[in-house]
Write a protein that binds this ligand. Structure first.
Ligand SMILES: NC(=O)c1ccc[n+]([C@@H]2O[C@H](COP(=O)([O-])OP(=O)(O)OC[C@H]3O[C@@H](n4cnc5c(N)ncnc54)[C@H](O)[C@@H]3O)[C@@H](O)[C@H]2O)c1
Length: 327
């Protein structure tokens, strides 16, 4: 086969938590995979499982910067025909984006702007976008299904994800052939780069006697293991739906577990006997959505179900993250 006959998948943010798992699964499909990352949070080490595969390439670039994005796509095109882009690059620290709006403007939104521009230049028609339940804002007990509105996010992260969805929708009208907007729940597993479990494990390593929890612990969210998340995205892609812009909530079938319960699991695994001290109020930080009622009816109508519910996903991830931190 000549290089131009290879099908190339570009994974933006490919050295991050979810990207590392996705790259492995795309290689399993026989694709050439080009991961692009600026290593602001991702690491080369996370890709050690796939790094030796000759069909895998890692490109360092800041995808919010036009010249670097153009250069990254030109590099990817040297390995074959780029047929799809998985856009996972973003800021994943919601409080950091609340403190400084530039963080999400740059890493969550401008990455979308520049990736779409490069896709147009290289005539790449298919994008899979990692959006978030954060785009829905705080709607309390209201069931969050894909067609609910108005969408009023309460964090800059959610706002820039929603703006990215809007931009992708507009690009679909002009130069894309297919766009999937995947709205993720909270995703757990390894290599953990952020999130409640890593936060608790790190806190217990630093301070073994007591775990300080942000908020009163009653926050309740749905959790999906990264292995299920990637399976769901690939299952949706395999359906080859005719809708040009497909919007899908991805999540477990249950309504999740509380932060208090997660804290108890982490303490039991990492520092049995440590005290748990809760903060006040039901929000962990400004922009935190304490409870949401996530509808995955559309995803289920496609015949997909996760292997692990929220309870099992957390239990597995607590062990995985503890091992990652050598506990
Ligand atoms: N993990 C979750 O619970 C969750 C939930 C909802 C949505 N998402 C979305 O899924 C995607 C992947 O999340 P993750 O948990 O793997 O986070 P992550 O931080 O581990 O991965 C994001 C990757 O993007 C890279 N990146 C950031 N800015 C970049 C830039 N300007 N140029 C190039 N690379 C850049 C980072 O270095 C990192 O490797 C993100 O878009 C995130 O917003 C994640």
């Amino acid at each position: 086969m000549t290089p131009s006959s290879h099908s190339v998948s570009v994974v933006a943010g490919g050295a991050g938590f979810i990207g590392a798992t996705l790259c492995g699964r795309l290689l399993d499909e026989g694709k050439v995979v080009v991961a692009v990352d600026n290593f602001s949070r991702g690491q080369r080490d996370y890709l050690s499982g796939v790094g030796a595969d000759e069909r895998f390439h890692l490109v360092q670039a800041d995808l919010a910067v036009r010249e670097q994005t153009v250069a990254a796509f030109s590099t990817a095109a040297r390995f074959g025909q780029v047929i799809e882009v998985w856009h996972l690059a973003a800021n994943s620290d919601i409080p950091a984006g609340v403190a400084d709006a530039d963080v999400d403007l740059k890493d969550t939104f401008l990455t979308t702007v520049e990736i779409l521009r490069a896709m147009k230049a290289h005539a790449v028609g298919v994008i899979y976008f990692a959006s978030s339940s954060a785009i829905y804002g705080d709607l309390g007990e209201t069931e969050l299904h894909e067609s609910i509105g108005p969408l009023l996010p309460i964090s800059n992260y959610g706002a820039m994800k929603l703006a990215s969805e809007a931009l992708i929708s507009a690009a679909a009208e002009s130069h894309l052939s297919k766009a999937c907007l995947f709205r993720f729940p909270n995703v757990v597993g390894v290599p953990a780069t952020h999130g409640v479990i890593l936060d608790f494990v790190n806190k217990l390593i630093a301070s073994p006697e007591v775990l300080h929890v942000l908020g009163d612990g009653t926050q309740q969210k749905a959790y999906l293991h990264v292995s299920d998340l990637v399976s769901a995205m690939l299952a949706i892609r395999a359906r080859d739906l005719t809708t040009k812009v497909e919007v899908v909530n991805i999540g477990p079938l249950d309504q999740g577990v509380t932060v208090k319960w997660i804290a108890e699991q982490v303490v039991a695994r990492v520092r049995p006997g440590a005290a748990i001290q809760f903060g006040s109020g039901n929000k962990g930080w400004v922009g935190d959505v304490p409870k949401f009622n996530y509808s995955t009816a559309k995803l289920q109508s496609y015949g997909w179900q996760p292997v692990l519910g929220s309870v099992q996903a957390i239990q597995r991830a607590v062990d995985e993250v503890a091992l990652q931190r050598q506990q």
